[in-house]
Write a protein that binds this ligand. Structure first.
Ligand SMILES: [Fe+2]
Length: 256
């Protein structure tokens, strides 16, 4: 590979949420990621766990400690801080008070939709976030029933200014064939912008697999678009720059 990969969604901070159980396991995740060409990882612990069990200050300190250990152990990877922010009506207030975090202080914020088939507040909350000058990045839309049963909602949100993040393992079927088929449709309709690993552990299910995801995406949309998803666009997000995205096409797909 002649370019670095960026992993924008990763639960690698230890004992914060349902991620790794020790700092050693965190370093295993770093090591496995580096072997795949990933040199920048955004730690995205769940907002609920950070605020109910710890604090934003705690995770900032933990990130600093993890970066220090990375350097001591000779890893070139740098860890940045974000958060996986569950979307509910209080999210705009949580952003204002600093209990919900954008990615590394940028205008981009990772948002996880409610795990329900229908929701009446999503569009309103997302438009409030856009009005605050932030850009919501919708985490793994391919895994959400909300979009599987109403794919045009995803097109609409993207047209309104949202960005999407697909999960590497969805592309090669780890979440089942429904998710895999929907992922392919999202990709073919220019509705998948970022590819990330959503790593939770160093081994087994949900371990680092961004490179594998990149190769699988390449087979569907070509090498150039796949590279945009793991390098160009996430790099621009971390530099807090505007994104040059292809226009979305409406999805004809609907879950059976
Ligand atoms: Fe996640």
């Amino acid at each position: 590979m002649n370019f670095s990969l960026f992993d924008l969604h990763n639960h690698l901070l230890p004992l914060v949420d349902d991620g790794p159980i020790s700092m050693d396991e965190t370093m295993e995740i770093v090591s496995l990621s580096e072997l795949q060409g990933v040199h920048t990882i955004v730690a995205t612990p769940h907002k609920k766990d950070v605020n109910e069990l710890h604090s934003v200050t705690y995770v900032k300190d933990l990130l600093e400690e993890a970066n220090q250990i990375c350097s001591e152990r000779g890893y070139s990877t740098r860890l940045k801080l974000g958060m996986e922010n569950h979307l509910d009506p209080s999210l705009p207030d949580d952003i204002s008070t600093g209990t919900a975090l954008p990615i590394e202080g940028s205008k981009y914020i990772l948002v996880e939709m409610p795990y329900v088939r229908k929701s009446n507040f999503i569009e309103d909350v997302l438009s409030q976030i856009l009005e605050m000058g932030l850009v919501p990045i919708i985490a793994h839309p391919e895994r959400m029933e909300l979009f599987q049963y109403n794919p045009n909602l995803l097109s609409k949100l993207v047209r309104n200014g949202a960005v999407t993040q697909l999960t590497a393992s969805s592309v090669y079927g780890k979440f089942g064939s429904t998710v895999q088929r929907f992922t392919e449709q999202i990709l073919r309709c220019n509705l998948g912008h970022i590819l990330a690993s959503d790593t939770h552990m160093s081994r087994g299910e949900r371990s680092p697999d961004l490179l594998k995801g990149y190769f699988e995406v390449s087979k569907i949309v070509g090498v150039e678009s796949a590279r945009d998803m793991v390098s160009t666009l996430p790099g621009a997000i971390l530099d807090d720059k505007a994104l040059n995205l292809k226009g979305p096409i409406d999805i004809g797909y609907r879950a059976e």
